[in-house]
Design a protein around this ligand. Structure first.
Ligand code: BMA
Length: 850
């Protein structure tokens, strides 16, 4: 028997800010804020400045009550209650009696429930205390002052094992929710439950030994038949259990296994593994891959930092992952799929699950397994010191044992890391007794974390922190370029121009980023029309980084002509974000094999907000995600002007095969209307290194035009490179025509411009769309076809009305509304391909095609 308790309606009860009792229906998995919003007690915290109105929720204790009926007498059965995650400090009551408690949302809770249950109606109650208050109480008892993380609006949250960014972050709403996440059920077993199934792989030559460990938890002595099926082999055993835990190991030898490889390095073969007892069955997918992190001396003071998977040195390309929703109850699984797919579609091969968030759901790791996305997994400690009291460390050990073993079967798992930026923070503090004391205290916690990681995992490399430069170094880590991983933030948090990236030669850059605003469609869901101004109260509430808006504007002034219309500000913020990250990634990839990884900050958002993400909260791709698809492509051509004024061209190849072809650089002059070759060379680039060559630029002034970079061979790539800031260029004023044709899955649109148009970004305001490509360059009269799949059926008429095009020059005009008028032509073409009508987009006047 199994009762899925996510199918019943729960009740959330507590008191509002005035002390009035509340009882509302609640869906689980879910959280209190979502339930209160759905019941109309609070407004949507993501809208306007509502965040400020809902802060009282976190000050209160809450009760989640579920009622269900059992047709038979449960005392004769063996039933257990499972909660994948309870957020956070809770007492669990069954029929009014305390049956268990929870103090760490990163640990699954299971309770033998039969003694508490009865025939007929039963109730389960979770009494969840305010995490804000629990943190405060614990801080009072702890003899040292651990300080507060400046990103976090809630003091003392580090005393509670809960998602740390629930307390707010420099991209996060402050909303410390309570709730229950993941699986929630009552299940009957005969003698014991299958508590854990975890695996370990050992390679020797072309043979791999897979150890499958099965942990049973028995309520009483008895016999449990176990069946383990893997790769056509069956192991059966009847295990004699006593009350409590029993562990059994099963070994499988696989000769010449099919391998799981990171995306771009071969397939992702997955073998099913089935573990069954007389009452339960667990199915996992196992992928074989041999993971090494090479940290070898490769110079007088330098050391490599390179993941080698199945013998292939992998250049890691990806981004940092934060929790996908600050209100977990609002998060449908489809949104997670879309997001992880967006990483894969952008040619990424690694995601770093960042330490201020959560160990993600099974679905996340399953998707990464399937897409060939390696996972760098932080432990959930970030940016602040943590207490070393024994009960805290004991809970951390349970957490790590649970999480490490849970994730051990996923081939995407590539590295474990102790925390995010905690050692780095010490390096940035002035030398003082506080820094000394803090470092000693934190070192106790971190050593313990690392010991646990090594105790429960022998397969994957373990880093103590990110960034980290090795066992003997504690303070140089921000700018250390010789070894370890680096977080390079001087372009955003400092005041460096984008070209500063060219002065940094990291071995592996695991964080660097630049902010932009989310899409207009996302903003219009949370900002009222009269607040469409960057410094309005609503917009400012959706910007959590103190310097954020000023920085975005300062960067406009540095590289662009100042945009005035709100929509142009939003668009251009995304253009410059993509430009920054593109410059960094192109340069760092060109340093291969010195540099072997770039993970930008950040992939996704927890709510609609101005942030460093490349996909916004609603799943809209920012320009950066389209750019990432190009700058992370396995074949890349890129150019740069280094700080000494020299011009370089690079061709970078990833994957397993070399590529040969001709590199051509052409200078397109805007005013003269000429195209002149400046460089040509036939090259072969093998995947272990990059081709880099200085070249002489055109003798025309840099601002007179741009460089077309071409690689022509079995594969052809074209990119554009500006050696001058856009603001200094007299960009042509193109007239852009758009033809819209309905196709099976949506629409095909064809773009043509009467002159060069840069970063042409097509957005659909009426639906979330999947675009085959976007933010493209149009050369005069070149036809570019894009396919668009909206998330719901749309008529051509509706699609046309919601379509918006922007390009860089369209933001240059002092009067953007009039400038854009008449420059965009939208032509609707019937399925037969004949032109039926020529129309202007929303806001533009009707005109006929010439
Ligand atoms: C990084 C992260 C986060 C932060 C981001 C942007 O260093 O680790 O703490 O959100 O910077 O400031």
């Amino acid at each position: 028997m199994e009762l899925d308790l996510t199918q019943i309606i729960w009740t959330l009860s507590g008191h509002d800010q005035h002390g009035n009792a509340i009882a509302v229906p609640c869906r689980l998995p879910g959280d209190n804020a979502t339930a209160l919003m759905e019941a109309g007690i609070i407004p949507d915290p993501y809208v306007g400045t509502n965040e400020k109105l809902v802060q009282w929720i976190a000050e209160r204790d809450w009760i989640f009550t579920g009622k269900f009926s059992l047709p038979e007498e449960p005392a004769e059965k063996l039933l257990y209650l499972n909660f994948d995650s309870i957020d956070t400090c809770a007492e669990i009551l069954i029929n009014g009696k305390k049956a268990g408690e929870s103090d760490n949302m990163f640990i699954r809770q299971r309770i033998w429930a039969s003694p508490f249950l009865r025939r007929g109606e039963n109730s389960v109650e979770l009494h969840i205390r305010s995490a804000v208050k629990v943190g405060e109480e614990r801080a009072k008892r702890y003899p040292f002052d651990l300080g507060q993380n400046s990103n976090n609006s809630v003091p003392y949250l580090q005393y509670v094992r809960k998602v740390q960014s629930h307390g707010g972050w420099d991209w996060g709403i402050c909303l410390p929710v309570s709730g229950v996440y993941g699986g929630l059920y009552l299940r009957e077993v005969r003698t014991a439950r299958i508590e854990k199934v975890y695996t370990e792989q050992k390679f020797s030559g072309d043979t791999v030994e897979l150890t499958v460990s099965v942990e049973l938890e028995a309520a009483a002595a008895g016999l449990v038949p176990l069946r383990i099926e893997f790769n056509g082999e069956l192991h059966e055993e009847t295990v004699e259990v006593l009350s409590g835990r029993q562990l059994r190991h099963f070994r499988f030898i696989v000769r010449q296994p099919e391998l799981w490889n990171p995306a771009g390095y071969g397939g992702q073969f997955l073998y099913p593994l089935t573990v069954s007892s007389d009452s339960e069955q667990i199915v996992k997918k196992i992928g074989f891959r041999h993971v090494e992190l090479l940290t070898e001396s490769d110079g007088a003071t330098s050391e490599s930092f390179c993941f080698r998977i199945n013998g292939n040195r992998i250049f890691c390309k990806g981004a940092n992952w934060v929790p996908p929703d600050a209100m977990p109850g609002r998060m449908p699984p489809e949104r997670l799929c879309t997001l992880v797919k967006a990483a894969r579609d952008a040619n990424m091969n690694m995601l770093r699950v960042w330490g201020g968030g959560n160990y993600e759901s099974e679905l996340f790791y399953e998707l990464c397994d399937e897409f060939g996305l390696m996972v760098w997994q932080d432990c959930m400690f970030s940016c602040v010191k943590y207490p070393d009291m024994p009960e805290f460390l004991e809970s951390v050990e349970h957490e790590l044992e649970y999480q490490v073993r849970r994730l051990s079967t996923h081939p995407c798992m590539t590295a474990w890391c102790g925390d995010n930026e905690i050692f780095m923070c010490f390096g940035q503090m002035p030398v003082s007794p506080e820094r000394f004391q803090g470092a000693v205290l934190y070192d106790r916690v971190n050593r313990f974390v690392v010991q646990c990681l090594k105790k429960y995992n022998r397969e994957l490399p373990v880093r103590r922190s990110s960034p980290d430069n090795g066992e003997t170094r504690f303070h140089e880590n921000v700018f250390e370029q010789d070894r370890g991983d680096m977080h390079y933030w001087s372009v955003w948090h400092g005041d460096e121009p984008f070209s500063a990236y060219y002065g940094i030669r990291p071995r592996f850059c695991s964080e660097f980023g630049f902010q932009s605003f989310p899409s207009i469609r996302t903003l219009r869901k949370c900002i009222s029309p009269e607040m469409e101004n960057i410094s309005s109260p609503e917009m400012e509430n959706h910007q959590k980084n103190g310097i954020g808006n000023a920085k975005i504007y300062a960067t406009f002034a540095r590289y662009f002509r100042m945009p005035s219309a709100f929509e142009d500000v939003v668009y251009l913020s995304q253009v410059q974000q993509a430009m920054a990250i593109r410059m960094a990634v192109e340069f760092w990839r060109s340093l291969k094999p010195w540099c072997m990884g770039t993970l930008y900050w950040q992939m996704n958002d927890v709510w609609p907000v101005a942030s460093w993400s490349s996909v916004d909260y609603n799943g809209e791709w920012k320009i950066l995600n389209y750019e990432a698809k190009r700058f992370f492509a396995p074949l890349l051509i890129a150019a740069r002007v280094e700080p000494d004024g020299k011009y370089y061209i690079s061709v970078i190849r990833d994957g397993l095969n070399a590529v040969s072809g001709t590199v051509r650089i052409l200078f397109h002059s805007f005013a003269k209307r000429t195209v002149k070759p400046v460089f040509e060379r036939t090259v072969t680039v093998d995947p272990e290194s990059a081709f880099n060559q200085e070249f002489s630029p055109s003798d025309e002034p840099a601002e007179a035009g741009f460089y077309e970079l071409r690689f022509e061979g079995e594969e052809t790539v074209r990119r554009e490179f500006f050696a001058a800031e856009y603001k200094r260029c007299e960009l042509p004023e193109p007239e852009i025509s758009v033809e819209i044709r309905p196709i099976n899955t949506g629409f095909e649109i064809e773009l043509t411009a009467s002159d060069y148009a840069f970063c042409v970004f097509a957005e659909q305001r009426a639906a979330l769309c999947n675009w085959s490509d976007n933010a493209v360059t149009l050369y005069p009269y070149e036809r570019i076809r894009l396919t668009v799949t909206p998330d719901r059926p749309m008529s051509v008429e509706e699609f046309r009305t919601g379509l918006k095009l922007s390009h860089i020059q369209s933001t240059f005009s002092p009067r953007p509304e009039t400038a854009r008028k008449n420059r965009l032509l939208l032509t609707e073409v019937a399925e037969t391909g004949t032109e039926t009508e020529t129309i202007s987009p929303a806001g533009c006047e009707k005109r006929t095609a010439s």
